[in-house]
Design a protein around this ligand. Structure first.
Ligand code: PLP
Length: 404
């Protein structure tokens, strides 16, 4: 039977303590115990259902974690204070001094910086590879490799990872496949395709209102328990815990994710087809011209489409900047990083979210100066949006009259 992530969220039933239709928020940093013995047992990890201290977890965090585990089809999950607060403990839980990571070379700039500049201090090294070439990925694996890391749809180039192929490699070499699914919630279910651990920055589509940062790690009960261990759990000890008030608000937003993703995907598909039709270099997994379009189709939960992210090449950084400023002036969206908002957001990754990646490496991976990354919003009238965007493109010279 086909995996139905939105049904899994919808089917969860929570009541608040006083019969409220939303679960009550646990507004406490610490919890009482009736008996001292139970407190001791809880610290030793022997008592289920007891809460000790909110850095470990809270009832509110568990509600959100349970919904996200249901969405990804994993046994368990743990919500964190940000996406980076999910990624960094996962790497540090899985790797120690002398260990090695094989990572996609096109990943979010913060994750790249962590693996490239920070973890070598702990003698954890990373090889960055073209994740779309399984033979190159396999060739980079060494006896010390512990983790295979990628994004389902990569930031910012929208490369698509062959999760089933990577999962086979991970099994063969006894590695953990860690997939950041931030760009494709509901559309792609990496754990169902064989990933061991799925991460999201909740900051983006899942929360969808650009009012907080947040993250989640989804995985087996054993792995999630290990992250929260009071003795050696990276989430517990590094302290990237989500606050209960936030967990409650993200849970409320999660309930409309399926409707939002459908609209993001519809609008992005409309614009991508129109831009391509105008002769503008456009990258969107939903276009037949995307090198991994067919692969994406085999992986996707169809109903949610190809997602809300697309890129165009404006030709130069100057033209990209002029276009973004004009589009903002015309109220088509905001010149801002991040994604998943109701308004369209646009930025030039080479000089913003991927600026951690050195220029020569940007060039090698195909990240051009004029690249604009769009997170397409929930616009009610996408035809009107397109007409105004086209006029902006003509005005700044991204589009020539003869192309239009
Ligand atoms: N993963 C991806 C794909 C991202 O785009 C981002 C942020 O842009 C992150 C992780 C980091 O998430 P956060 O900003 O919530 O720490």
């Amino acid at each position: 039977m086909k995996f139905k992530p939105a049904n899994n969220i919808q089917d969860l039933q929570y009541f608040g303590e006083f019969g409220g239709v939303n679960p009550s928020i646990s507004d406490s940093s610490t919890y009482t115990f009736i008996s001292a013995k139970t407190m001791q047992d809880t610290f030793e990890g022997n008592t289920d259902g007891c809460y000790l201290y909110s850095r470990h977890t809270t009832p509110s965090n568990l509600y959100l974690s349970q919904a996200l585990a249901a969405m990804e089809g994993t046994e368990s999950a743990n919500v964190t204070a940000s996406g980076m607060g999910a990624i960094t403990p996962v790497i540090l839980q899985l790797c120690g001094a002398g260990d090695h990571v094989v990572s996609s070379r096109t990943i979010y700039g913060g994750t790249y910086a962590f693996l490239k500049n920070f973890t070598p201090r702990l003698n954890i090294t990373t090889s960055f590879v073209d994740i779309t070439k399984l033979d190159i990925v396999e060739a980079a694996i060494t006896p010390n490799t512990k983790v295979l890391y990628c994004e389902s749809v990569s930031n910012p180039l929208l490369e698509v990872a062959d999760i089933e192929g990577l999962a086979k490699l991970a099994k063969k070499h006894n590695l953990k496949l860690v997939v950041d699914n931030t760009f494709s919630p509901l559309s792609v279910s990496p754990a169902v395709l064989g990933a061991d651990i799925v991460i999201h920055s909740l900051t983006k589509f899942i929360n969808g209102s650009s009012d907080t940062v947040g993250g989640v790690v989804c995985g087996t009960q054993e792995f999630i328990d290990s992250l929260k261990s009071v003795n050696d759990g990276a989430c517990m000890l590094l302290g990237s815990t989500m606050d209960s008030l936030r967990a409650a608000s993200v849970l409320k937003n999660l309930r409309t994710l399926h409707i939002r993703m459908q609209q993001h995907s519809y609008n992005a598909t409309f614009l991508a087809e129109k831009f391509q039709g105008l002769g503008i270099k456009t990258v969107y997994p939903g276009l037949a011209s995307h090198p991994s379009h067919e692969l994406f189709k085999t992986m996707m939960n169809e109903k949610y489409g190809f997602g809300g992210m697309l890129t165009i090449d404006a030709g130069s950084l100057e033209k990209a900047n002029a276009l973004m400023e004009l589009m903002q002036e015309k109220n088509l969206g905001y010149l801002a990083v991040s994604l998943g908002f109701y308004k369209t957001l646009f930025s030039a990754p080479g000089s913003s979210t991927s600026s951690e990646i050195p220029e020569d490496e940007q060039k090698e991976m195909g990240l051009s100066n004029g690249l604009i990354r769009f997170s397409i919003g929930l616009d009610a009238d996408i035809e009107r949006t397109f007409d105004i965007m086209k006029a902006c493109m003509l005005e700044v010279g991204v589009l020539q009259t003869e192309m239009a």
